[in-house]
Design a protein around this ligand. Sequence first.
Ligand code: 71H
Length: 399
Amino acid sequence: MGNSNSGRIPPGNGPSAVGCSDFMMDHTIGGTFFRLYYPCVEDEKAEKPDWIPRKEYLYGLADFMQFNRSLSEKIFNYLFGSYKIPAVMNAPYKQNGKYPVIVFSHGLGAFRTLYSAICVELASQGFIVAAVEHRDESASATFFFEKTDETGEKKTTMPKPDPTAPDNLTEKWMYYRALKPGEAEFPLRNKQVKKRGDECIAALDRLIEMNSGKKLENVLQTKFDWTTLENSMDLCRIAVMGHSFGGATVIEALCKEVKFKCGIALDAWMFPLDDEIYVRVKQPVFFINSEKFQWAGNIMRMRKLETSSTSMQRKMITIMGTVHQSFPDFTFLTGCWIGKILKLKGELDPQVGIDLCNKASLAFLQRHLGIEKDFNQWDNLIEGKDVNLIPGTNVKEIS
Ligand SMILES: CCN(CC)CCN(C[C@]12C[C@](c3ccc(C(F)(F)F)cc3)(C1)C2)C(=O)Cn1c(SCc2ccc(F)cc2)nc(=O)c2c1C=CC2
């Protein structure tokens, strides 16, 4: 079916064509699940994957938005159902030396496919990007599997195992968990951010195993040969990146895993983090904020990271004319007026906003991962030197 908006997700600007493939191991809720974006062999005619891979994600999005499921599934399907990701599903990996690695963490109510404009751009510039899907009940929806006999179904009523499901595993969906009335938010979000940090580290561990040539059992039967990733990754050049709740996850992951050499937090939501964590983060951190989302208490937490010794490597910029949703792909997919009403678009052209975010990120990654490319041409963006940027924040801070 057609869609009512002219939007599309922009392709990468870099020299590499981009492929993507999904990986899940093991099949349980405690396993790792991510979409890998990688430089691939050019293949113009190949199929582009759906932006929303399963209708269950739209159910979850409705739950998250506190909309009626069946009505909004139709609306979302009409609005977004036919969009494609500007990458080739399961395209052959293009070996060309070792690529630096980025683990990406999505925001509250999002899931692994919604930041493809950022992930595809980074992969096109020569990064391997693993966009994790969190199982902390913060995602709109996610799925895992149970062994058909694990489902505890009474044998007599056992459902016919789904023939496409991997070897007699039954697909199970987990949906967004809203805060219960009267429930304190911090304990839930703090528990979730810790699980999110662990899931980013577990994803990195899987990538390291793939890089070593270990044959991993991908529960999802993708037509991608994961062993081609042997010796593909530069394990001295690993970063973690995330949006909003995913920005807090960046801080958590940096604190727990020194293999992450630096972090980039896009419009971070700092609330879920323990106060003690700030002094324990030693790596460089780059905060890229929108004009409209931030507030004094949140900025104050970001500033706590600047008091420690490595404050020279702590940077913050604000992209003027952007909103919280200027980072996820939604910002490209609705017409101007829907976009503005739903706060999916700011005043700034979404393409200009995401280009500034991506170029500033590439410059920061070159500087702190020691990459020998020409991303330093955008060093001025790290300092907020651009007509649409300001260094630091527009928020009136607590003195
Ligand atoms: C509704 C009440 N409230 C539930 C807590 C949701 C309030 N909300 C603002 C929203 C997300 C919004 C959105 C999405 C998608 C359409 C659509 F129509 F295009 F589908 C429209 C409107 C609704 C803008 C946020 O939560 C903002 N936010 C986000 S939004 C991440 C996201 C989620 C779903 C997506 F599809 C894309 C991106 N990630 C965070 O980590 C944090 C926050 C706030 C603090 C921490």
